[in-house]
Each structure stands twice: as structure tokens, then as C-alpha cells.
Write a protein that binds this ligand. Structure first.
Ligand code: PLP
Length: 496
């Protein structure tokens, strides 16, 4: 069965998967969604015998139907190789009735690697399929992590270049070091004087500038974006939910068809939406628990049906979840309205103008698989300490939000279902906050010292990303004014 994609705002219909990946965002500003979610018609015994790559193939071939078998296998083979420090790309760790699904064994030790390591291959393959012969230039402004993960994914992928701008004084020292040491002949990192908004605005202007696009086109380049609304990032994320269910079965943790909970530390709503798609493909799910930090817009939304972004933005120790507008929620809104693009556009317009919208009772009923929960900074610290003390297991600050939210959920509901908690970052990525939660006596040590302490405390070896951070040479030194971004791009591409 061929799966085609429509925009959530109704402006584009019947787009192939490869076209949707190439475009990223629809022309009407909407997000591409599959017209239907195909069933994963494979029994769990068979699934349990598949490797991660084989699971990826079975899931992705059903959603990205215009890719050939050879094309998909080429993408999967190149994505989930030795870049990952565990044999199966992901890994489960059992602690009582919960199992942590570790998604952080890739290049940048956070879960975005799971999708960003395959997106470049999906994109270049999509370009070839659609007769586009230009070199793809990924342009990104980053407040830290996404830009790095995108670069790690695109580094040395033939047919692509990537240019990342970051605010000179808006990222942590570790994040800056991660970026300026990025390897790959096709990567380019530039610091912009100013804050993240300056860099982001600059990128948006250049991205939408027809004159720049024309100049680039003549020189054989085309801009694209790797941000999290691209369907090419969502689909690869469905894989690990399917894989983890099969592994739970294989490990004797659940019976065939037993319903489990997934708890997902949520920011932009991409990761948990992938879990929802996995359930629609046939994975038996009891509840999808959407965990927020104190920026708990989504908790309120699932409790009341009102999405209201008019509130204070709070910086937390789980920064990748400090988000007030969760872009990927639009896909759930569209679907819960019965694939009604008009209704979806109306609500998104309300969000843009007044910052608030309310869904109908019917829509609310259609998303009843979701439960919102949230955790304070103190509750997250307690969760880190608890798993360390009880299971000798160290989780990061984002995973801690999920673990703490899950605890509140079970206390409220008494739900004893087996549960998979998505573990989205390595504790090494947030070593300072993690060690602080375990014992304040570690506060006095430097960032570099803390890595070694964490290695001892967690009885794990330093990930390659941290070793590289310590030793790698600085390759990117440019610092520019925000107004110089366009010229910098043209210069880097050899156009002027
Ligand atoms: C991006 C990110 C999240 C949030 O994921 P979404 O798909 O945006 O909901 C959670 N944890 C970490 C470590 C992340 O990098």
C-alpha cells in the first residue's frame, strides 16, 4: 500500500514520502502527515528475532513507501553502524517494573542522533529519486545541541554541506567546544555575535530570500533544513518503540500482546508522537505519558484541552525541554480533528495571534491514549538519586523528568503496567547537574574533572564523544556579526 502525505493546513496533498523529506515544511506552513498509518503486520515472536537495522527496515518501508528496498537498506546500513557505541543502536536497562530505553549511544550522546544519523541519507536519496542534482546545503541556527547533532549526522555525507550558526555567548563552554571541534570536510561552524534569536532570525531571512536561493541554485546548491518537523526525522523514531516492545517480549518482561506504558520526556513533541505512531502500527500500548519539566504547557493541555503558551519561560536543568510551543503537536491536533486541515489551521492561527487555543471534547477523546504529567527540579533530582541508590544506575536530567513524572503518575493511578521510559541523553552530557543531584560535594570540581568522577560513580566508561571533547583540535574559529551571515555562507560555498 502506498502512503502519501498531506499538509496539516490543507495546502498540499498527495505528496510522496521522498518529496515530504526534501521539503521539510509544507509551503502553507503546515507539517506533512501520512494519510494513514500502516499496520505492522508482523507477529511479536518474529519482531523479537530482528536486529535494530532489520526492525528499522520493516517499520520504514511501510511509511516511506516510495523508497526502494535497496535505497532504504543503503540508508539504514550507513546510519546505524559503528557510530553507535552499542551493538543495536539502542539498549534497554531494567530497573524494577521500568525499563529505560537508552537512546543516547550515538555520536552526540543524545537521542536526536537516532534520527539525525539517517536523515542525511534519506535526504540525498530523496534528492536523487526526484531528479534533483544540486548539492544540499543544510542551514541551521542552534542554541547548542541540535546543531551539533545535525553536523554529526551530515559530516562527510556525499552530496551535502552543513553550515551551523551559534550565538557566541549563548551556549555553554562544553557545547561550544563540541561545535568548534566538529570534523568533516563539508561542515562549517560560525559563531555569531548576539543571542540565539539573532542567529535564528538571520537564518530564517536567508532561508526565505529568493535572491540568495537563485544565486545558490546557479552555483549548484539548494538549501534544506534538518529541523525536527521533517517527516524524515519522525519516521526513524518510530523504530525504537517497536524494537523496545519486541525486546521486552524477548527478555521475558511481557507476554505477547501485553500493553505497556511509554514515558517520554517531551519538548517539541516529536519523540512521543513517534511512540503514538508505533501504537497505531499495532504495538500494544496502555498509556503514553507525556512528561514535562516546569514548563508544563503540555501537562495543562492534556488535563484541560486548552493550550496556552502565555506564561513565564523557565530555564531548567533539562534545557532541551524548555519549550513553550511544541511544533509537532500540530500533527496530533490535525489527526484528532479527523484529519481536518481547516480546524487545524484555525487553531494554529489562534496560537500565533493570541498564544492560546482550545480543542473540542471530541478531539480530546481522540487523544485519550495520552496522559500529561510533569516534575519540578527537586523531583527530578530525587529521581536521579533514587535510581542511583536503588539500582546503581545514573540517568540524565531529561530522563529524570520522565522518571519523576512516572512516579507521580503511578502514585495517582496505581497503574502497574510494565513501562518503558525513553532515556534521551547520556548523563555525561549533563554531568554537572547529575552529580549535583547525587551529592553536592561534587560541585567543586571542574567540568573535565566531573567526567572522570561520573565514570567512577556510574561505573561506565567515558563515551567517545567525551574523550573527543577532551582531545580534539579546534577546527572552526570564525566569529561574525549577525549582518554578515549571508556573505559568510556565500564565501564558505565558494560563490564569492
Ligand atoms: C530534544 C530533546 C528532548 C525533547 O524531545 P522532543 O522530540 O522535542 O519532544 C528531550 N530530551 C533531550 C535530551 C533532547 O535532546
Amino acid at each position: 500500500m502506498q502512503i502519501l502525505y498531506d499538509s496539516t493546513r490543507g495546502g498540499e496533498k498527495n505528496v510522496t514520502a521522498s518529496q515530504a523529506i526534501l521539503k521539510g515544511l509544507a509551503d502553507d506552513g503546515g507539517l506533512f502527515v501520512p494519510q494513514s498509518i500502516p499496520a505492522l503486520d508482523i507477529d511479536v515472536q518474529t519482531l523479537a528475532g530482528l536486529t535494530y537495522k532489520e526492525t528499522a527496515f520493516e517499520v520504514m518501508r511501510r511509511l516511506l513507501t516510495d523508497f526502494t528496498e535497496e535505497e532504504l537498506k543503503y540508508c539504514i546500513e550507513n546510519a546505524y553502524d559503528e557510530k553507535f557505541e552499542v551493538p543495536q543502536a539502542a539498549q534497554l536497562r531494567d530497573c524494577g517494573r521500568e525499563s529505560f530505553l537508552e537512546l543516547y549511544h550515538g555520536k552526540t550522546i543524545a537521542f536526536k542522533d537516532m534520527a539525525l544519523s539517517i536523515l542525511p541519507y534519506l535526504m540525498t536519496t530523496a534528492a536523487r529519486k526526484n531528479g534533483m542534482d544540486k548539492e544540499i546545503v543544510i542551514l541551521t541556527a542552534t542554541s547548542g545541541d541540535t546543531g551539533k547533532a545535525a553536523m554529526a549526522g551530515f559530516a562527510d555525507v556525499p552530496g551535502t554541506r552543513i553550515i551551523v550558526f551559534y550565538p557566541k555567548d549563548g551556549v555553554s563552554p562544553v557545547q561550544e567546544r563540541q561545535m568548534v571541534t566538529q570534523k568533516g570536510d563539508n561542515t562549517c561552524v560560525i559563531a555569531v555575535k548576539g543571542n540565539f534569536d539573532d542567529a535564528q532570525t538571520g537564518v530564517k531571512i536567508i532561508f526565505n530570500d529568493k535572491e540568495t536561493a537563485r544565486i545558490l541554485g546557479e552555483a549548484g546548491f539548494v538549501f534544506s533544513s534538518a529541523n525536527s518537523i521533517n517527516i524524515g526525522r519522525l519516521v526513524p523514531q518510530v523504530v525504537y518503540y517497536v524494537w523496545s516492545y519486541a525486546q521486552m517480549f524477548k527478555n521475558g518482561r511481557i507476554k505477547d500482546g501485553e500493553k505497556i506504558n511509554f514515558v517520554v520526556p517531551t519538548g517539541n513533541f516529536g519523540n512521543i508522537l513517534a511512540a503514538y505512531y508505533a501504537s497505531k502500527m499495532g504495538i500494544s500500548v496502555n498509556r503514553l505519558i507525556c512528561a514535562s519539566n516546569v514548563n508544563n504547557v503540555l501537562f495543562d493541555f492534556f488535563s484541560t484541552g486548552v493550550y496556552d503558551k502565555n506564561r513565564e519561560f523557565i530555564l531548567t536543568s533539562s534545557p532541551s525541554m524548555d519549550i513553550l510551543v511544541s511544533s509537532n503537536l500540530e500533527r496530533l491536533i490535525y489527526e484528532s480533528a479527523g484529519n481536518d486541515a481547516e480546524k487545524c489551521s484555525e487553531l494554529m492561527a489562534k496560537l500565533r495571534t493570541g498564544g492560546v487555543y482550545e480543542i473540542t471534547d471530541e478531539m480530546k477523546k481522540n487523544m485519550s491514549l495520552f496522559t500529561g504529567e510533569w516534575a519540578s527540579e527537586e523531583e527530578c533530582d530525587e529521581a536521579i538519586k533514587k535510581y542511583y541508590n536503588e539500582y546503581d544506575y545514573v540517568i540524565d536530567t531529561h530522563t529524570a523528568v520522565a522518571a519523576a513524572a512516572y512516579k507521580k503518575y503511578t502514585e495517582k493511578t496505581g497503574d502497574g503496567s510494565m513501562t518503558v521510559i525513553a532515556s534521551t541523553a547520556s548523563p555525561y552530557k549533563f554531568a554537572r547537574s547529575v552529580l549535583h543531584a547525587i551529592d553536592e560535594k561534587y560541585d567543586q570540581y571542574s567540568d573535565m574533572e566531573q567526567f572522570d568522577i561520573l565514570s567512577e560513580v556510574s561505573k561506565t566508561k567515558l563515551p567517545d564523544a567525551i574523550i573527543e571533547l577532551k582531545n580534539a583540535e579546534v577546527r572552526h574559529k570564525d566569529v561574525i556579526e549577525a549582518g554578515e551571515m549571508k556573505d559568510a555562507i556565500l564565501k564558505k560555498l565558494g560563490i564569492m
